[in-house]
Design a protein around this ligand. Sequence first.
Ligand SMILES: O=C(O)c1ccccc1NCC(=O)[C@H](O)[C@H](O)COP(=O)(O)O
Length: 211
Amino acid sequence: MRVATKICGLSTPETLDAAIAGGASHVGFVFFPQSPRHLTFDLAAGLAACVPARVGRVGVFVDPDDALLAKAIETGRLDALQLHKVRGERAAAIAARFRLPLWIAIAIRTRADLDQGRGWKGIAQRLVYDARTPAGALPGGMGLRFDWKLLDGFSHPLPWALSGGLSPGNVADAIGVTGARMVDVSSGVESAPGVKDVDKIAAFLQAVARS
Ligand SMILES: O=C(O)c1ccccc1NCC(=O)[C@H](O)[C@H](O)COP(=O)(O)O
């Protein structure tokens, strides 16, 4: 079965088209003003209108309030919400109010970090294993990877995606080592922070399709 791929942090029609044409299963729209990939609601609306029904639109948020979520869901026509730095109770309230699948980002540095995933059963639909970033840095999109061997033998409580520091050059290895059925990339398909590169997107998706 083909490995699903989310290309995250898209912000132009050309790079969105490259992701869709290359076979991405999901595209990620970031709603976090501190990020170089942050989308205005107008931009999100324009991009969302170009995404076919077979491709999922995932909104990426850092501890968002309801007003941001409501506007982003409406303009970005979101199919799922990826949440960073959100506690269980708050996430449950978001799920109850907005009735969309939750993808929870788990920041990984040690094997013990993986265990946090167990608390999300019954609240989230997917875990996104990403590398823990330094204090004060963005919680994602930093091109940092964790030790994939930490996933060896781990019994995953939920469907999961592998994220953090993936690139066209290492994604096949990453899939081979971890057995991931879904991968997520942002800076590995950029030429500068926030600037996606159509050739890198195509190369990444080709590498995934070959694995
Ligand atoms: O991408 C961002 O700017 C971002 C900002 C704040 C929270 C999350 C963010 N991205 C989340 C993602 O899903 C990225 O694809 C993931 O962290 C992997 O990024 P990278 O290591 O650059 O491939």
